[in-house]
Structure formats: C-alpha cells, structure tokens
Ligand binder design. Structure first.
Ligand SMILES: *Cc1c(COP(=O)(O)O)cnc(C)c1O
Length: 386
C-alpha cells in the first residue's frame, strides 16, 4: 500500500480504546479489574428467564420491526410516564436501538452537518468523540473541573457560536459522577432555547442517582421538541451484553434518528427486547434495591480509596469514582494505571484519555464499584499497600 494512511483522517488517533489495553493488562497480571464498568453479577433471574423463554418460544428470533417491538416501545413510554411524568407515544416517539451506543451514533449522524459544532462535557464518554468525528462535526469541550466537576454555565454560554448545532449532555455523568441539578438543567435549557440548539442527553445511569434524583432535561419548558433522550437496559438491569437501548423524542427527531439507525444495525437483540419490556415494568422495589446496593458499594470503595491515600471525589451518581493521585505523590494517571497492576494487582482507567484538554485530567483515575463486595474489599486491601 502507498503512503496514504488506511484509517481515515476523521478517525486518526482513535486506534484502540484504553479499555482494551487495561483489560488485557488485568488478564495478563491476574489483577482485579476496576477499569471497565460492567457488573460481575447478572441482573434479575426472572428477566434472564424471560429472554430464554422468548428464544425458545420463537419470539424475536427473526428480524424484529425496525423501530423495535411494540411491547418494548410501550414499556419505554410507560417508564418515562411512571418515573418522570413524561408522555411519549410508543409508535412515533420511541425508537429501540442497539444499546445507547447506537442511539448516540445514529443521533449524531442524523442531526449533524459537516462543520457543525457540538458542545459536550469533558471528560467525554469515549464514543462521543468518535461519533462526532464520523459525522464530520467538531467537538467543543466544556471542561468539568476539579474539585467539584460541575459545568461552568458562563463558560458554556461563551462557547456557543453561530456554528453550534447541538449540546451533548450526560447526566449522571461518566466518569465524574456529576448529576446535573435542576438549576443547572434550567440554565442549559434556557441557552438551548435562546440559541435554538438541539440537545442529546445520555441518561444511561438514570437509576443510579444517590443524592437528589434524576431530572430529565426534556421535561423543561421548550425542551421537548429539541431533545433526544437516550437510555439503555445495560446499566439499569445489569445486562450490559444485551445491548438494548432506546431514544425518546418528538416524532420529527425520532424519524431523523431512525433514518440513520436503519442503516447502522437495522435491528438487533430481538428476544432481549421482550425481556427488557418486562424489566422496565419491575416494581419500584427493584429500582430502590439496585440503587441502595450500589450506594453501599460506592461508600465501601470511597472509604477504601481515601484510606489508601487517594483524593476521592464522591460521585452523586453512576457506578464510578474519580480519584486524584496527587496526594499519593503521583502526577500522571496513564503512567500510574500502567504500573498499578504490577504494583498491587488492581486495574483502573486514567481519566486523561477522556479529555481533549489532557492537562485537566492528568492526575485523575477512575475506579468502578459495580463489583461484588468481596472483590471491592480485596481491591481496597491491595490498594492500601501503595
Ligand atoms: C455504558 C455507557 C453507554 C453505552 O451504553 P450501551 O447501552 O452499553 O450501549 C453510553 N453512555 C454512557 C455514559 C455509558 O457509561
């Protein structure tokens, strides 16, 4: 082949994700992997059985309908009504996707023109930068800074230009655990209305808010017609391998996102869609217990990390804790995370890789706490040796 690089310019530098590198290190060293955020315990048995039944009874084994099976679209609409008082029509305002990941990709590919600017919170969830790039658009980071990791709304205003098309928000926010408060959401919504911007909101951790509660921005005045809300079953029901996600939005927005989505996967996860429809209808006790379990795990890991000498930022939501390694006499999270498995048999993720502005994330390291208590306790014991 000639001198021209194979990987196109839009994706240059996006080689392999840090998760692949760190998970390989975890395996090679036999370390405890608190890097990638997937639970080590599967979700409810009855929901797994619902998926098995669907396969055996021949439901969803062939291509399901493009927008998702009606049972799941109805369950998503009911869920939005039950938890947030939002009403969406299952036929025109709900779209089932291959996880939140496909929903994010399809929404960005559908709604952006090359040259458009997208303002997104930095650190970014890793697929945002790649999808914005694939759409030919430009990402403009609004950095969530230490120690509080809250958005500076004056800075947000100053980042809006005539090219800004879209705000991409994520609440609860991975990796900082920041949950947008009602006054922050109101200010963001007011800016979106004032500048006629679209908003994509990634709410996959909606059921993991430990303080205050989750507030969808779509509920605010002027926002319903400009908001694409995205969520998924993976995090809420501890079935991250099923990849069942969804979009709720006004009909024109759903139609646009569906146009891109139909040429990405077309459809996916047929039998799992039946199971997720049941999961979304689980009683309140399921959601309460799930949150209480994760809160306890958060406290366990936060205490352990603080005892080990990390600077701990207590998350309001998600299943991640962002720490600062400066108190340990360390400066660079990437070096620290590459050495950590050898030093004490634990794997974590350097937040730096989620920043454009790498200096702002240099000393930050993320740990997940969606693991069994004994795994967290062993990890904490090992980290104390640092
Ligand atoms: C895990 C995660 C996703 C991806 O969700 P899937 O349903 O697995 O595709 C999207 N956004 C954030 C912030 C996440 O943490």
């Amino acid at each position: 082949m000639g001198a021209r690089p194979l990987l196109n310019r839009r994706l240059a530098g996006m080689g392999t994700t840090i998760f692949a590198e760190m998970s390989a290190l975890a395996t090679a060293t036999g370390s405890i992997n608190l890097g990638q955020g997937f639970p080590d315990t599967d979700g409810p048995r009855e929901i797994a059985e619902a998926a098995a039944r669907a396969v055996l009874e021949g439901r969803g084994n062939q291509y399901p309908p493009g927008p998702g099976i009606p049972e799941l679209r109805t369950a998503v609409a009911e869920h939005q009504q039950r938890f947030y008082g939002l009403s969406y029509h299952p036929d025109t305002e709900v779209l089932v996707t291959a996880g939140a990941t496909e929903a994010i990709a399809a929404a960005l590919l559908a709604l952006l023109e090359p040259g458009d600017e997208v303002i997104a919170f930095e650190p970014f969830y890793d697929s945002y930068a790649a999808c914005i790039a694939m759409a030919g658009a430009t990402r403009v980071p609004l950095t969530l800074r230490q120690p509080a990791f809250r958005p500076d709304l004056d800075e947000l205003r100053s980042l809006i230009t005539p090219r800004t098309r879209l705000l991409l928000i994520n609440t609860p926010h991975n990796p900082t655990g920041t949950v947008l408060h009602p006054d922050e959401l109101a200010a963001i919504a007011a800016l979106a209305v004032e500048h006629d911007l679209l908003v994509i909101t990634d709410e996959v951790y909606e059921h993991l808010v430990f303080t205050g509660g989750h507030h969808p921005i779509a509920a605010l005045p002027g926002m319903r017609e400009r908001t694409v809300a995205i969520s998924s079953a993976g995090k809420t029901f501890s079935f991250t391998g099923w990849k069942v996600g969804w979009v709720t939005a006004a009909p024109e927005l759903v139609a646009a996102v569906r146009t891109a989505k139909q040429y990405l996967t077309y459809v996916s996860a047929g039998p799992f869609q039946y199971a997720v429809a049941e999961a979304l209808r689980l009683p309140a006790s399921y959601f309460e217990q799930f949150r209480a379990d994760l809160r306890r795990k958060r406290d366990l890991l936060a205490t352990g990390l603080a005892d080990a000498g990390f600077g701990v930022h207590e998350p309001e939501g998600t299943y991640f804790i962002t720490t600062d390694i400066t108190p340990l006499g360390e400066k660079d999270g990437i070096e620290f995370c590459r050495a950590l498995p050898e030093r004490c048999g634990v794997v974590a993720i350097p937040n730096q890789v989620f920043y454009d502005n790498t200096e702002a994330g240099r000393s930050l390291v993320r740990f997940t706490f969606c693991k069994k208590d004994e795994v967290l306790l062993t990890a904490v014991e090992r980290l104390r040796r640092l």
